[in-house]
Ligand binder design. Structure first.
Ligand SMILES: N=CN[C@@H](CCC(=O)O)C(=O)O
Ligand SMILES: [Zn+2]
Length: 413
């Protein structure tokens, strides 16, 4: 099918065919290359061409859309989610409001362990159907590529069940999906006094099966005090690499845990969360290709201090933003809301937030060659907004939703 979109008020995040942008860093993050009053042609699954209306050539198309007053952007690339889960944790939410901390809830056997109990009671098909509803919901909010983690199984069959659900979602949806193996999310109750036993189970039993069935792209872990320490994480990352699973890890959410430096040392694709980041973490990231990924939705929902986005960008680093959609620390996969939080709380500009969740989000999933910008030959994953006054209106008009239509692989989603 050929789809022609005309009279686009602003075509945002464009990239010329001659460019080969891998990510946006530092001062460049404030720049979002755009064309005012533009057209764009989609052919089959791909972006064919685009330009200014004033110089639009004559073309044939199966469908022509007039986008007067509307913006067109690449769909969001949400590089960190736990979208597959069995049940909400609204009871814990209320306990936190009464003053019990996230860490205390975890110590009492709630939190991730609570999610694991529910998940292990649920059938694979029910888990899939529930998760597919959530996936459709975030697609409607503009997400076109997404990473999804295991980590609520915490046993061999539970982790494999989650990863098979993710694989099935991939088969049943046009959205691009990457999978991360996160068995090292929390120590299960039965290994509370035998932590070494659980590390061995992951490395010796689970990992070979996950890799053997080709179920995951990345090796994830929660590098944090009270969860998995740096020495354990280093062993897990080394083991993952042996099976071709690159690290993409949770680091420095609750403490200065050393996770950022460990991730950099083991060539992690990204280190994610980063509520606790100082000069040493920044220096370590500066000497690496590892993407700093911020999850301010979790800081918002847990009432924690926010990630120092300005310090990271002003040091010249790239920043990626992701939702962290999960039932405990961020029960929302809504990217426009994430952009609003990032502007108001992290003091990022609207352009920086869009760069962070398009090209940099794609880079954090190694998808920057095919997603994340409007470029001829890239996958035609597009957001068409409602008529709005400006790009800044997207984070400004928080909670209201200005994504009107979504195109995935050249078709209406
Ligand atoms: N912090 C670790 N993991 C998730 C939350 C998991 C949960 O509370 O269920 C996160 O990224 O915030
Ligand atoms: Zn997470």
């Amino acid at each position: 099918m050929c789809l022609l979109i005309t009279n686009i008020k602003q075509l945002c995040q464009v990239e010329l065919s001659s460019e080969n942008k891998k990510k946006v860093s530092g001062k460049d993050m404030a720049v979002l290359p755009s064309i005012d009053n533009a057209w764009l042609l989609v052919e089959g699954e791909l972006i064919h061409s685009f330009g200014e209306m004033a110089t639009m050539p004559e073309m044939q198309a199966d469908e022509i859309i007039d986008a007067t007053g509307r913006l067109v952007l690449p769909t969001w690339c949400d590089s960190h989610t736990h979208l597959v889960f069995a049940a909400p944790r609204d009871g814990e939410f209320v306990n936190r409001l009464k003053g019990v901390s996230y860490e205390e809830i975890a110590r009492q056997g709630g939190g991730i362990l609570n999610s694991a109990r529910k998940l292990n009671e649920m059938s694979e098909s029910e888990l899939h159907d529930q998760s597919l509803v959530r996936l459709h919901n975030v697609i409607g909010q503009g997400t076109g590529a997404i990473e999804i983690k295991s980590g609520y199984g915490l046993c061999e069959e539970g982790e494999l069940k989650m990863l098979r659900v993710i694989r099935k979602l991939k088969e049943n949806s046009p959205v691009a999906i990457k999978a991360s193996f996160l068995a090292a999310h929390a120590y299960p109750v039965e290994y509370k006094e035998n932590k070494e036993g659980y590390i061995k189970l992951i490395i010796e039993k689970m990992l070979p099966r996950v890799a053997g069935e080709g179920l995951a792209d990345y090796m994830d872990m929660f590098c944090e005090q009270g969860f998995f320490g740096v020495p354990e994480c280093e062993r897990l990352m080394e083991a993952g690499w042996k099976y071709g699973l690159k690290p993409k890890i949770h680091a420095n959410q609750l403490h200065f845990s050393g996770g950022v430096q460990a991730g950099v040392k083991h060539k992690a694709i990204s280190v994610d969360h980063l509520e606790c980041v100082g000069d040493e973490e920044i220096a370590s990231l500066m000497a690496s290709e590892t993407m700093p990924t911020l999850l301010p939705g979790a800081a918002f929902f847990l009432g924690m201090h926010y990630q120092p986005a300005r310090k990271i960008i002003d040091a010249g680093l790239p920043v990626c933003l992701a939702t962290d959609y999960n039932p405990g620390s961020c029960p929302s996969g809504n990217v426009p809301l994430l952009l609003s939080i990032s502007c108001t709380q992290l003091k990022m500009t609207p352009e920086e937030t869009i760069n962070a969740v398009t090209l940099n989000g794609a880079a954090a999933m190694e998808l920057e060659g095919t997603y994340g910008t409007i470029k001829a030959g890239k996958v035609a994953n597009l957001i068409i907004t409602k008529p709005i006054p400006s790009l800044s209106y997207i984070p400004y008009d928080y909670g209201n939703g200005n994504v009107d239509k979504v195109v995935l692989k050249g078709k209406w989603a």
